[in-house]
Design a protein. Structure first.
Length: 495
């Protein structure tokens, strides 16, 4: 690696996306952001959608800026995004309408309808995926309810990173980690669950071949190369397309039993396993078996993360009160322990709206005293989140038989130092926080391994550990969470 390697990574979240140029030289990784953009969405009376062509425009602009800053030659390009959402293409590759946003209400009631077709236990036994109403299978079922069912005329369904890979390379494939979020993939064969697809009445032909993370899709399309100035021989890789899968690649873990937390708008918490775990207990705890790199399974739970904080901040801004994330964390810290909690898995917290009122209403419904101050409300969210982490780790240990000694936390959410400390206190174990740029670091890691620049996943995690600083949080006030655990559980039961 004396001459160094350079990669382009796109990391798209539900709010924003980034184009990062990563340079790997002498086992040190450096990152430079060359373009940041909004992941555009559109609302109108028939739904909540992604403006996918505006997003494509941002991808092209990111590549152009990368070339202007670093020249035309790169060792690879990779894209990761959120899961479950998809783009429908006609047989000629044209987009069939705006793709739906996972927060659209069209999936209301679809889980119950699905279980009427395939019983819940049978479905979990086939795919092992956590039941959430926005999963792709429920979105497809909702699409099939329309009088003009676009699935009947579609040529291909591509999840978000797969569609962007198609735009870059011309290849229509489904990368395994993101495909696993559909609830239509067999975690043992790492292929589509054709039996389940048939039972739901979906046409087999719309599902493209599944490829493993690290697969080379091909060279950059000449048209994209001409528009951006990037060398047309640049390879496009199907990296770990699901952002959480990429984040787990970045975890600089050692040999001791560890769990991961990818912290952001959503919190993804679990462990890396060599095989999927589809037991009745796993289903009862609503764990998911999502795809990982190098044959691994991400056994995890999708938890509401900092979304309520983001929505509170947005609401207060609309009311004329502007708070930074740091200011909100400081206000919550001044409150001290608030002694009030909500069930963040309550469906009311999934959708946008007046989040402060939703939180105070939930407190009233569960017989808890509440205040309308920003510090108190944020404190309720952060303590509730720490308790949900505690519950999840306890369930992981029971279901897997593991004894977790360390939690590795990555992602933008670890910049909320109060939340990370509350997490260490609630779990009673150390939390190793870093890197903040976990998802893009994992994105680059899969490219580096696929290109031969790095030997394997273990070597990559060693590079991550030496390239980025980490902070260790040790439990300080675990007694508080131990003493109030029964009260928190009662709040959940009442809700």
């Amino acid at each position: 690696m004396a001459e160094g390697h350079r990669f382009i990574g796109f990391d798209l979240g539900a709010e924003s996306g980034r184009c990062i140029v990563a340079t790997l030289q002498e086992s040190q990784l450096t990152l430079e952001e060359v373009h940041r953009f909004t992941t555009h969405n559109v609302r109108y009376d028939r739904g909540f959608h992604w403006d996918i062509l505006a997003i494509v425009g941002e991808i092209v602009e990111g590549l152009t800026k990368a070339r202007k800053a670093f020249g035309p030659r790169f060792d690879g390009i990779g894209v990761d995004t959120w899961g479950v959402d998809y783009v429908l293409l006609d047989p000629e590759g044209r987009v069939l309408g705006y793709p739906y946003h996972y927060r659209d209400v069209r999936t209301d009631g679809m889980m119950a309808k699905a279980f009427g077709i395939v019983p819940k236990a049978e479905m979990y036994g086939s795919v092992g995926i956590q039941f959430q109403q926005f999963n792709t299978v429920f979105q497809l079922l909702a699409e099939s309810e329309w009088k003009l069912n676009l699935l009947s005329v579609a040529g291909t369904v591509l999840l978000m990173p797969d569609y962007l890979n198609y735009i870059l390379s011309g290849c229509r494939n489904a990368e395994f980690t993101v495909a696993s979020t559909t609830s239509l993939v067999d975690p043992h064969t790492r292929d589509w669950s054709w039996n389940l697809i048939d039972k739901f009445g979906f046409r087999r032909g719309i599902f493209p071949p599944i490829v493993e993370p690290g697969s080379r899709l091909g060279a950059l399309l000449p048209s994209v190369a001409a528009a951006t100035g990037i060398d047309p021989s640049t390879p496009v890789y199907a990296i770990a397309g699901h952002d959480t899968a990429s984040a787990v690649v970045s975890v600089p873990a050692g040999s001791h039993p560890w769990a991961f937390l990818s912290s952001g708008t959503w919190s993804l918490m679990g462990v890396e396993l060599g095989e999927p775990l589809l037991t009745e207990d796993a289903m009862g705890c609503n764990f998911t078996n999502e795809g990982g790199v190098r044959g691994t399974t991400r056994f995890l739970k999708n938890i509401t993360g900092l979304w309520p904080v983001q929505e509170c901040r947005r609401y207060w801004r609309e009311q004329g009160q502007e708070f930074s994330n740091g200011q909100l964390a400081e206000l919550a810290a001044r409150e001290g322990f608030v002694g009030a909690w909500v069930d963040l898995n309550d469906p009311r917290f999934l959708t946008p709206g007046d989040m402060p009122s939703k939180i105070t209403s939930c407190l009233r419904e569960t017989g808890q005293a509440g205040r309308e101050s920003a510090g108190f409300i944020i404190g309720v969210v952060l303590e509730s989140l720490a308790y949900s982490y505690r519950t999840t780790i306890r369930q992981v240990e029971r279901v897997t038989g593991m004894k977790i000694e360390t939690l590795h936390a990555v992602g933008g959410g670890i910049q909320n130092e109060l939340l990370v400390q509350l997490t260490a206190d609630a779990l009673g174990i150390p939390v190793e926080a870093g890197p903040v740029e976990g998802t893009i670091v994992g994105n680059i890691g899969v490219q580096a391994i696929a290109s031969g620049a790095v030997a394997d996943l273990r070597a990559w995690r060693s590079i991550v550990g030496s390239s980025f600083g980490r902070r260790r949080y040790t439990p300080e006030k675990s007694d508080y969470f131990n003493e109030h655990a029964a009260q928190y559980e009662r709040c959940l039961r009442v809700a």
